[in-house]
Design a protein around this ligand. Structure first.
Ligand code: ADP
Ligand code: MG
Length: 437
């Protein structure tokens, strides 16, 4: 990576502003999935260990857009749903963020009377919360921070200036700190005040540990992969993935496996009947162009040979596996078939780099998760045999978790949109803005 990272600089006793991605699902004040928070912990813990005064900032949802929509539809709007307060409660309760020295030998989750406490009730004098992200009060609070303390700022997107990448707002954020760290890979494809603008007003802007890890894995796969390099692409729409497909062919992946609904646009473009399977008619010429491009670059493009279908008029009782060419007009394809699973598995044998984005079937609906789970297992097996595997995309990562294989993949990318843009070969504004090595 040609960008400076947090370990390249001295952060002792410094006010360190860490842009994290705490955009987590919250329901009734409870965090439903803490993956993103856990992803940011190595950087936060490192900064604490180094004796920094840690300022954490994140966005959460789209409060201003949602408010506008609610007003237009004359619906009630609850702004409290966009507060990062639940994340603060969560951080306070994390054992690794509690001040162990002040706790003595007391068991962590027991009070003086010996009764067990809820996690949030545990004493924590290390983690604090600010009701805003800019302004005089926040500035004063930041100036009181001691080494090893953490202050979480309120949702950046409660200010329209954040997404507008407003200079004045970015400057206010910058004034809070001496060092800026971007660890929010998932927001790096956006040029916002906290991801891009702020870097104009700080002396030092570096990548956090999660950001660094993402960039190392993804840029290695893109620019210098160990071969054979096999990519698996799936998902619902070709249109979402065209830049990624083109970038991978341009970089001469050895094999490109295409599954999921996306494959049907290719089949139909080649004159097959695909029944009621998802097709993007307008992209049929593009699909043929991609096939030609693959041929010119000697990339082996592998499409399914069979699929699981249901009769669109009797979806519950009509599941069967048939060759693609036997598809008649009432059928809809929802997963790859057993033969395709074998072909994809064989294509993965001996791979040294594997990149996977997009489920190969409608995995949210059992039993149409069979193909996706089988591919997840094959990717895990190939990883065990020495391949570097990278899985990206919200649904693909969900599928890996559903299969319980998250520990068997070399790198699970946290990026979603940012991952796809990076793989398309686009520069990410949040990365570009960081200091060069
Ligand atoms: P990711 O979030 O990993 O980038 P996508 O969002 O591109 O993946 O695609 C995931 C979606 O594709 C899932 O909702 C899945 O149900 C859908 N999908 C995959 N195959 C099919 C299919 N054959 N028919 C309908 N939907 C499909
Ligand atoms: Mg998705």
């Amino acid at each position: 990576m040609n960008k400076k990272a947090i370990k390249d600089i001295d952060i002792k006793d410094k006010r360190v502003f860490i842009r994290v991605d705490f955009n987590v699902p919250i329901k009734d004040g409870k965090i439903e999935d803490d993956t993103r928070i856990r992803g940011a912990m190595p950087t936060i813990e490192y900064a604490i260990q180094q004796g920094s005064k840690v300022i954490l900032a994140s966005h959460l949802g789209r409060p201003l857009e949602d408010k506008k929509k609610a007003e237009e539809n004359k619906m009630p709007f609850d702004e409290s749903k966009y507060s990062l307060k639940p994340v603060y409660e969560y951080l306070r309760a994390m054992p690794q963020l509690q001040d162990i020295s002040s706790r003595g030998d007391e068991p962590v989750f027991t009070n003086e009377q010996g009764t067990a406490l809820g996690k949030a009730e545990v004493k924590n004098d290390k983690v604090f919360f600010a009701n805003d992200c800019v302004g005089a009060n926040v500035k004063e609070r930041v100036n009181q921070l001691k080494a090893g303390e953490v202050l979480l700022l309120e949702n950046l997107r409660l200010h329209a200036e954040e997404e507008a990448n407003d200079d004045e707002f970015a400057k206010q954020l910058a004034e809070l700190c001496e060092v800026y760290v971007n660890d929010a890979f998932g927001a790096a494809h956006r040029a916002h005040a906290s991801t891009a603008g702020i870097t104009k007003f700080v002396d030092t802007a570096v990548a956090g540990l999660l950001m660094e890890k993402e960039l190392n894995f993804l840029s290695k796969a893109l620019n210098n992969p160990e071969r054979p390099f096999v990519a698996i692409l799936g998902g619902a729409k070709v249109s979402d993935k065209i830049p990624v497909i083109e970038s991978l062919i341009e970089r001469k992946v050895d094999k490109l496996l295409i599954g999921g609904a996306m494959a049907y646009t290719f089949f139909k473009a080649n004159g097959y009947t695909v029944g009621k399977s998802l097709v993007e008619e307008a992209l049929m010429p593009k699909a043929l162009e991609i096939e030609k491009m693959a041929k010119d670059k000697s990339v082996e493009l592998i499409l399914p040979t069979d699929h699981q279908v249901v009769d669109s008029y009797d979806p519950l009782n009509s599941r069967k596996t048939i060759p693609i060419e036997f598809t008649n007009k009432g059928l809809v394809g929802l997963d790859i078939g057993v033969e395709t699973i074998e072909i994809f598995k064989r294509a993965l044998e001996g791979a040294k780099t594997i990149l996977w984005n997009g489920p190969v079937g409608m995995f949210e609906e059992k039993p149409f998760d069979e193909g996706t789970i089988a591919i997840a297992q094959a990717v895990a097996e190939a990883t065990e045999k020495g391949a570097t595997s990278i899985v990206g995309g919200g649904d693909s990562v969900a599928a890996i978790n559903q299969a319980g294989l998250e520990d068997k993949i070399s790198h699970i990318s946290t990026g979603g949109g940012a991952t796809l843009e990076f793989l398309s070969g686009d520069a990410l504004p949040g990365v570009e803005a960081l200091d060069e090595k």
